[in-house]
Design a protein around this ligand. Structure first.
Ligand code: FES
Ligand SMILES: [Fe+2]
Length: 446
């Protein structure tokens, strides 16, 4: 349970609020590079941390992210003309470059210097690993991008997908560190209907996972986030440990359940207090993703799009930021819940693992009133991550501490782990090396 005050600190992302100020100290992934494929691409609406913005790629290939409202009289720059090295507002023709400098003010007298006094808010952008990132903070020079392992591997070793989830970003993130829900929400009623491993054959570890619905949880905080370890009984002298990583401020990775598999995780980017841009990433640290793997991620397998939402199951685009990223299963249609499927085969009759997550997380309300909850022993990971985020925000705004991890990109090169250990072994010691990223080397997964 959290107090109302802490719940507000945790969830709200406005620029003048503690968490909003903290989040602005980190690079934010906000578009695929292919969304702005070439210099004359159409400008795009973006909304991040409650701010309406317009992204464009200028004629020289540079990417700009400007305030939506033109500083003259507020028309949206979304309608702008992408002209020589700048975006020109269609209302009176003011033109801005990617840095926010006003290049031209054609409705003012030529001798006027007014254009030198007006700027539009602009955030710096960089491309890495097929993703466009922006930095909305004030630290100069700009911090380095985080060395997330998925972003360090060649392009053919990764797949990324996006969708909008209509609830707060922390509520979404909490689902990724709550490792006991998969025994219920994502399970089948009969063994023969059990969802297959995302990739490859199920490991022995997955068998241990599936037969023990009440793991014992332990956590470990560190300079970049929190390790959340779930322990299950394996053999009489061993435990099966699955270790998820939370990395500041919104990254999560979880261990796979197949042999030599790709690794997957999420980035939970706040669009505003009530909506989340959910990134799903899958990468193999050593080899290109295969065609069958890519096909399963793009279109699902056996009628189920387990982790990535199927590309051909999105609704018609809406005229708003991320308006093309609303999947077909949504609150407005009860996620196409199939009660017959729920009676006969699946624990929950919504099709698609991500959709099952979205349904329950959105059903909690846009921002869940955490002072009404009743946390049990399976929630210690959630408690640790919340506490970490709240403390980081408080200490940052009070001037006591820097944003955890923001100045140390190398600490982001991390992995999840799944290990079989003797009953008296320390998971934190035993997993130390397995939890470090090693681009070029396979994950070790039991
Ligand atoms: S409102 Fe943009 S130029 Fe006037
Ligand atoms: Fe889930």
């Amino acid at each position: 349970m959290l107090s109302q005050v802490d719940n507000d600190i945790l969830t709200r992302v406005g620029a003048d609020l503690p968490m909003g100020r903290l989040l602005r100290q980190y690079w934010i992934p906000f578009l695929l590079a292919s969304d702005l494929p070439e210099p004359n691409s159409d400008p795009l609406r973006v909304r991040l941390l409650g701010e309406d913005l317009i992204a464009f790629r200028d004629t020289t290939g540079r990417i700009g992210l400007l305030a939506n409202h033109c500083p003259h009289r507020g028309a949206s720059l979304f309608f702008g003309r992408n002209e020589e090295a700048g975006l020109r507002c269609v209302y009176h023709g003011w033109k801005f470059d990617v840095d926010g400098t006003c290049l031209d003010m054609p409705n003012e007298p030529p001798e006027s210097d007014f254009k030198d006094k007006v700027r539009v808010l602009a955030y710096p952008c960089v491309e890495r690993a097929g993703v466009i990132w922006t930095y909305m903070g004030s630290v100069k020079p700009l911090p380095a991008l985080p060395d997330l392992e998925w972003a360090l591997v060649p392009d053919d070793q990764r797949y990324l997908s996006l969708r909008v989830q209509e609830c707060n970003w922390v509520q979404s993130l909490e689902g990724a560190i709550d490792a006991s829900h998969s025994n219920f929400l994502h399970s089948a009623l009969k063994k023969k209907d059990a969802p297959p491993a995302l990739f490859g054959e199920m490991t022995q570890g997955a068998v241990y996972r599936d037969r023990d619905p009440h793991p014992h949880f332990e956590t470990l905080t560190h300079a970049h986030g929190v390790l959340v370890a779930a322990r299950r009984d394996a053999e009489p002298d061993t435990y099966y440990w699955r270790i998820n990583q939370f990395l500041m401020p919104f990254y999560t990775v979880f261990p796979p359940t197949g042999g030599d598999p790709p690794c997957s995780g999420h980035m939970w980017v706040p669009i505003d207090d009530n909506n989340t841009l959910v990134w799903h990433f899958t990468y193999h640290p050593r080899r290109p993703l295969s065609e069958p793997e890519l096909h399963a991620m793009r279109y699902g397998r056996n009628g189920q799009d387990a982790f990535h939402a199927a590309l051909d199951r999105f609704r018609a685009p809406l005229a708003r930021a991320y308006g093309g990223l609303h999947p077909d299963r949504a609150r407005s249609n009860d996620y196409l819940l199939d009660r017959q499927l729920q009676r006969t085969r699946q624990f929950f009759g919504v099709v698609g693992g991500w959709a099952q997550d979205a349904a329950v997380q959105e059903s909690m309300g846009a921002i869940y009133a955490r002072w009404q909850e009743h946390l049990g022993s399976s929630d210690v990971g959630i408690i640790a991550v919340r506490r970490y985020l709240i403390d980081a925000a408080r200490e940052f705004v009070e001037g006591h501490a820097a944003p955890p991890g923001a100045a140390d990109p190398h600490g982001y090169c991390a992995r999840p782990a799944a290990l079989l250990l003797g009953r008296d072994a320390s998971w934190a010691d035993a997993a130390k090396d397995a939890l470090k990223g090693h681009p070029g080397e396979s994950l070790v997964v039991v």
